[in-house]
Design a binder for this molecule. Structure first.
Ligand code: SF4
Length: 377
């Protein structure tokens, strides 16, 4: 039996488009049946690529808003995956949901389908922030969703939050964190607001109509987040991710450990045998391409040895640290020798530390993660 592999399924449907979002999503569901039949064909394509039988150890339904499509739709996809792949007994199966698109009954049905991890896109517990972000839910709906997920038997619940929103005070952000840890959640993803090109929010900021806090304010909120969550029993295991002991997201760990994964659906990316490829984003093009050629590959690249090394270092340092033994067995010793001076400087500057076989970022290092990675790579 071969190595384990992770599976991502992109469900592109949303209720509406939020002003800050650059994920591929559409607000019409008229192609939902064609999407499912294209996805089934893509599953056959992926199966043919996995020459040796591979076990699926994690499945992640992301989007878009997978929960919007309801349990029957998700169940159909899941059945097809089970029919064609060997999914491990203990597989982590995550469903992204948005408050306001899922009822307690739905949560129960999702649970019966075998989904065992729920990720809820809360973003903020302040109604003014949610209005600004053009989310469809309010504070109370978010709280209700989290409670309903827990009451329906989901023990492993994540919520997503965004900090440094326009006009957000530090006090308001801390209130968000306090509310989050008071709820039955095991995992919190806390991201700084990113201005993505092509979004309405980016245009508003460029036009000077909306202002966001500067880098110092952003770093202050970030360090506050690390302090608050670690003091509340959550462990930081990646730049933006915190969890109670034993509740790391296994699917994301696969990305960060540079393991292999396959993405299904429009805009999904895959990484297999040193090759990365990505699908057409537009749902129509995704469906057309699959109808014509059985796959939806838009482009691909073979990573060079050096690219593999750099990606490995980058992903490892952003998450659980660089395991020197694993690194040496994959890439040898010469890169580490070449970087010794920079690593020593970062260590004496309090950005990284050495522990056992690992190099890890300190709290200060996490705040300056991108700069540190640029320096090293
Ligand atoms: S619900 Fe999520 S995926 Fe959909 S538009 Fe909003 S942020 Fe993007």
């Amino acid at each position: 039996m071969g190595k384990e592999i992770s599976l991502y399924v992109h469900i592109p449907f949303c209720d509406h488009k939020c002003i800050y979002c650059d994920f591929y999503s559409i607000i019409t569901q008229e192609n939902r049946n064609s999407y499912i039949s294209a996805l089934e064909k893509e599953i056959h394509y992926v199966k043919s690529l996995l020459a040796v039988q591979r076990k699926i150890s994690t499945i992640f339904f992301g989007g878009g808003t997978p929960s919007l499509m309801g349990p029957k739709f998700i169940g159909e996809i899941l059945n097809y995956i089970h029919k064609n792949f060997n999914v491990t007994e203990s597989a982590e199966i995550t469903l992204e949901t948005n408050p306001g698109t899922v009822t307690k009954e739905d949560f129960k049905e999702f649970k019966n389908l075998g989904i065992n991890r729920i990720s809820i896109g809360v973003q903020s517990f302040h109604d003014k922030d949610l209005k600004f972000l053009t989310r469809i839910h309010d504070r109370q709906t978010a709280i209700n969703s989290i409670r309903q997920a827990a009451e329906s038997g989901f023990e492993n619940v994540n919520l997503d939050l965004i900090f440094n929103l326009p006009g957000q005070t530090k006090k308001e952000w801390i209130e968000n964190l306090k509310t989050a840890v008071s709820l039955p959640v095991k995992h919190i993803s806390a991201y700084s607001l990113i201005l993505e090109r092509g979004t309405i929010l980016n245009k508003l900021v460029l036009d000077g109509k909306v202002k966001i806090g500067d880098d110092d304010y952003d770093a202050d909120l970030y360090e506050t987040t690390i302090d608050f969550l670690t003091q509340s029993g959550f462990r930081q295991y990646e730049v933006s991710n915190f969890c109670k002991e034993g509740y790391e997201c296994k699917h994301n760990l696969a990305y960060w450990d540079h393991r292999e994964y396959v993405g299904l659906g429009p805009s999904a990316h895959s990484f297999l045998q040193g090759k990365r490829w990505w699908n057409f984003s537009s749902l129509k093009m995704y469906i057309d391409k699959i109808e014509k050629s059985g796959n939806a590959v838009r482009g691909e690249e073979k990573l060079s040895g050096n690219e593999m090394l750099e990606e490995f270092v980058m992903l490892a340092l952003r998450s659980k640290g660089l395991n020197l033994n694993v690194f040496k067995s994959k890439f040898g010793n010469s890169w580490l020798e070449k970087k010794k001076k920079i690593l020593d400087e970062l260590k004496s500057g309090g950005m990284i530390y050495f522990t056992g076989d690992f190099i890890k970022l300190t709290k200060k290092g996490y705040s300056l993660c991108d700069e540190i990675l640029l320096k090293i790579i």
